[in-house]
Design a protein around this ligand. Structure first.
Ligand SMILES: *[C@@H]1O[C@H](CO)[C@@H](O)[C@H](O)[C@H]1NC(C)=O
Ligand SMILES: *[C@@H]1O[C@H](CO)[C@@H](O)[C@H](O)[C@H]1NC(C)=O
Ligand SMILES: *[C@@H]1O[C@H](CO)[C@@H](O)[C@H](O)[C@H]1NC(C)=O
Ligand SMILES: *[C@@H]1O[C@H](CO)[C@@H](O)[C@H](O)[C@H]1NC(C)=O
Ligand SMILES: *[C@@H]1O[C@H](CO)[C@@H](O)[C@H](O)[C@H]1NC(C)=O
Ligand SMILES: *[C@@H]1O[C@H](CO)[C@@H](O)[C@H](O)[C@H]1NC(C)=O
Length: 463
């Protein structure tokens, strides 16, 4: 950072109100730490190499599902054809596994296993549908529908649709009807234990439970994906990232009945860019730490997002009793419209039929930045930091946050949360610098216009 920036930051931070828990030097260092890194987008430079197979037809070996006996009528069981075509495509270099356009292929729960020969492209232009009857689901595969594993350097692309036919699964969920037993349901598309994977342009919809799971992967880029489920379909997370590193998710639209994106244990270097979310439960880190487990999530950036009428906006959720940490997270350039809990850290998360007890252990949350976050809140508590009494949240930074409520005041709730704000912060971040537990700062005065202070401008250019 240059001297002028340091001077400017110092002057600005000196003007921060409230009982400063952090020295001005601390604040400066914290802000620097929070903005001095970015998640590398290793694919950005090689966009032209995004081989649409048409352009390289000569070099490719087409493996057309229809040549393997698929009926594509949406009624006949095409599982065998899929498996045979997969066997051929996976074992042949430069092949294109083609799901042709204009047809519907009914497929059971299936594992598509790698490793495969080089340069496999999975071109999905038609529709793949799941059988809709939960009672006929393969009991050996309760959590999956289309599961791809151990792939390296594979591209999934096309204008096709992956449709989980989830209606009956949703109706039989214990979230819908408390008399139903709580049981697992399949995820529509899973990419597991893979590396250097690209996914572009697909639509994933009506999943039985989670729509698209990335687990145990390294280096994944998802772009121009559409995820769609009804707003009241239970547990239908849009994109769920678990035990994965270097994941870029961009230019995607997600509307669902649970989190648009959820990022859980052992994930780091995750970047989400230009995301539309709604309906849904927002963009979540967590839940983490269930059943006293250890969870670690680091280096997550959400940059440029629009969230519409979601129940949460930018959320971190952990269960009491967990351990591990969430560290180095930036939520920036986000616009929210009529969101119920726009900014929320909930360390008392409890998504179980029985009440959860408070415990002394918790997942530690620190170095979380919210900057340039604007829009409207449905609830009065526009900003909520409900942190563990024994493991406080620390280094929470708010900069240029402006949340309004149509007819009413807005407030910030803090429990055991430490941090500070600079620039415009509405409702005020004062409770972050107070030692009180369960403290609220309420802004009665309507906020000033959210002009972008120079500080933010300067810091942006430092990236
Ligand atoms: C697909 O699932 C149905 C219902 O369990 C079963 O009858 C059918 O044999 C399965 N198809 C294949 C190819 O395994
Ligand atoms: C819940 O499920 C039970 C048992 O299947 C059924 O009798 C009841 O009508 C259902 N309730 C609702 C509200 O759907
Ligand atoms: C968290 O991730 C680590 C590393 O992959 C793994 O060993 C551990 O089992 C995971 N914990 C849970 C609760 O899934
Ligand atoms: C978690 O730890 C607490 C405190 O030690 C214990 O009471 C509880 O039974 C544990 N829960 C699980 C699911 O292991
Ligand atoms: C703030 O975020 C909005 C998107 O929500 C974006 O249009 C605007 O350019 C951002 N402002 C700055 C200064 O980055
Ligand atoms: C757990 O602690 C929080 C914060 O002190 C408190 O608001 C909540 O009521 C407690 N929950 C239980 C079940 O004791």
């Amino acid at each position: 950072m240059d001297k002028f920036l340091v001077l400017f930051l110092s002057l600005l931070l000196l003007a921060v109100h409230g009982r400063a828990e952090y020295s001005e030097d601390d604040k400066l260092r914290i802000v620097e730490d929070l903005v001095s890194w970015d998640v590398e987008d290793e694919y950005e430079a090689e966009d032209s190499a995004n081989t649409f197979w048409d352009s390289e037809r000569s070099a490719k070996v087409l493996v057309n599902l229809d040549s393997f006996g698929a009926a594509g009528d949406g009624i006949s069981d095409d599982t065998e054809a899929f498996l045979k075509a997969w066997k051929t495509a996976c074992s042949t270099s430069n092949s294109v596994f083609l799901v042709p356009p204009g047809r519907r292929y009914l497929v059971n729960a299936t594992r598509f296993k790698g490793p495969c020969a080089d340069n496999l492209i999975i071109q999905i232009d038609g529709t793949i549908v799941a059988p809709d009857e939960p009672s006929n689901w393969d009991p050996q595969l309760p959590r999956i529908w289309l599961d791809f594993s151990k792939l390296n350097g594979v591209i999934f692309q096309g204008n096709g649709v992956i449709d989980g036919s989830g209606g009956k699964w949703w109706a039989s969920s214990c979230k819908k009807n408390k008399t139903n037993p709580c049981r697992a349901a399949p995820s529509a598309l899973t990419i597991d234990s893979s590396s250097s994977v690209k996914v572009k342009g697909l639509t994933i919809q009506n999943s039985q439970q989670m729509n698209f799971v990335i687990s145990r992967c390294n280096s994944v880029r998802i772009s121009e994906v559409l995820v769609s489920c009804p707003g009241d379909s239970p547990n239908t997370d849009g994109i769920h990232i678990s035990e994965s590193t270097n994941v870029v998710l961009q230019d995607s639209k997600i509307g669902t009945g649970d989190d648009c994106v959820s990022i859980v244990n052992a994930s780091s270097n995750i970047k989400m860019k230009r995301i539309y979310c709604g309906p849904g439960h927002g963009i979540s880190i967590g839940s983490l730490g269930k059943d006293n487990t250890t969870a670690i999530v680091t280096k997550v950036v959400l940059d440029t997002a629009f969230l519409k009428e979601t129940t949460n906006g930018l959320r971190i959720k952990t269960w009491q009793g967990g351990s591990g940490y969430v560290r180095a997270v930036r939520f920036e350039n986000v616009q929210l419209q009529e969101v119920a809990n726009p900014i929320i850290i909930d360390q008392f998360y409890c998504d179980s039929p029985t009440a959860c007890q408070n415990q002394t252990s918790a997942v530690k949350i620190s170095q979380i930045m919210y900057r340039n976050i604007t829009g409207t809140t449905k609830s009065e508590e526009a900003i909520k930091f409900a942190c563990s009494d024994t493991v406080p949240c620390s280094n929470i930074v708010l900069s240029n946050v402006n949340l309004e409520r149509k007819d009413g005041t807005v407030e910030t709730y803090c429990n055991s949360a430490e941090g500070f704000g600079y620039g415009v912060v509405h409702p005020s971040a004062d409770c972050l610098s107070s030692q009180d537990k369960g403290c609220i700062t309420s802004d009665v005065i309507k906020s000033v216009v959210a002009t972008e202070p120079e500080l933010d401008h300067i810091v942006h250019t430092e990236l």
